[in-house]
Design a protein around this ligand. Sequence first.
Ligand code: FE2
Length: 281
Amino acid sequence: MSTRRLQTIVPSVPVSDGAGVKLRRSLGHSQRLDPFLMLDEFASDNPDDYIAGFPPHPHRGFETVTYMLAGAFEHRDHLGHTGHLRGGGAQWMSAGRGIVHSEMPLQDSGRLHGFQFWINLPAAEKMKPAAYRDIQPEAIPEVAIPGGSVKVIAGTLDGAGAAPVPGPIQGLSTAPLFLDVRLAAGQGFAQTVDDGHTAFLYPYAGSLLVGDDARPLAARQAGVLSAGERIAVAAGPEGAGFLLLAARPLGEPVVQYGPFVMNTREEIEQALADYRNGTLA
Ligand code: FE2
C-alpha cells in the first residue's frame, strides 16, 4: 500500500473578510485544490477580531463547511432558517443555486476558534436547491486511538484494524473525508484513502511529520499530499491537532467571482444578474 508524501506546503496568510473578521487563509488565497476552493481558520481571544461577523451575503455553486473548536456562531438565511453552531459542532451547507445568509458570532468576549472550507459542487448539482445540516457536537463520533483521539465529521475513519467509524456526513458526490485528529507528542496516525482523491492536512496546533520520509509540516499551513492509498503522520514534540481532508476531484472548469463558483463566465453573469434581481435562490 503506497503511503502519501507531503508534496506542497500552502502557507496561510492573514486576511479580513465579512465585516472585518480576521482570518488566516491558506487554500483559496493563491491556489485551489480541486474540489477544495478555500480554507480559512479564525482563532482569537480578542472580540475586535470577530465581533463584526459576516452580515448577509450570497453563495451559489458550492458547499461551505464550518467547524468550530471553541465559541459559537448563529446562522440565519433568507428562507427563515436559523442555526446555532457551537464548539465541537459543524454546519455543512450546500448553497446549490443560491442562499443569502449571515454568520454572526454569538458572543462578545472570549475565544472563538474554528474553520470554514469551501468544497465545489459538480456542474450537475450547482443549481440544485440549497440545503444544510447543522451537526451538533454530540452527533460527531470521537474515537480514542493510541495516544490521541479522532473526531469523524464526514466519511469514515478506517479504524486501523478496529471497526470503521462513519461520520454524520455521507453520500455526497465528492465523497469527502473530514477528520479532526489530536495526537500526543510522537504518536502516529494512519488512514486509508482512495488513491485518486485529493488530500491535505492542516495542523492548527503543534506540528506533524508526514509520510514515510517524515517531512515536517508546521501549524497553520496546508500540506498537500501526493497520490497514494494511505496517509501516515506522526505528531511533533509538542503533539498535534490537525484537520485531515480528502475528496474526489471534479476535473471541471472553475470560474469564480467572490461567493459565486460556476463553470463558465456566462453562469457567473447569470448569478450576478439573479442576485441583483432577487432571484438567486
Ligand atoms: Fe457564507
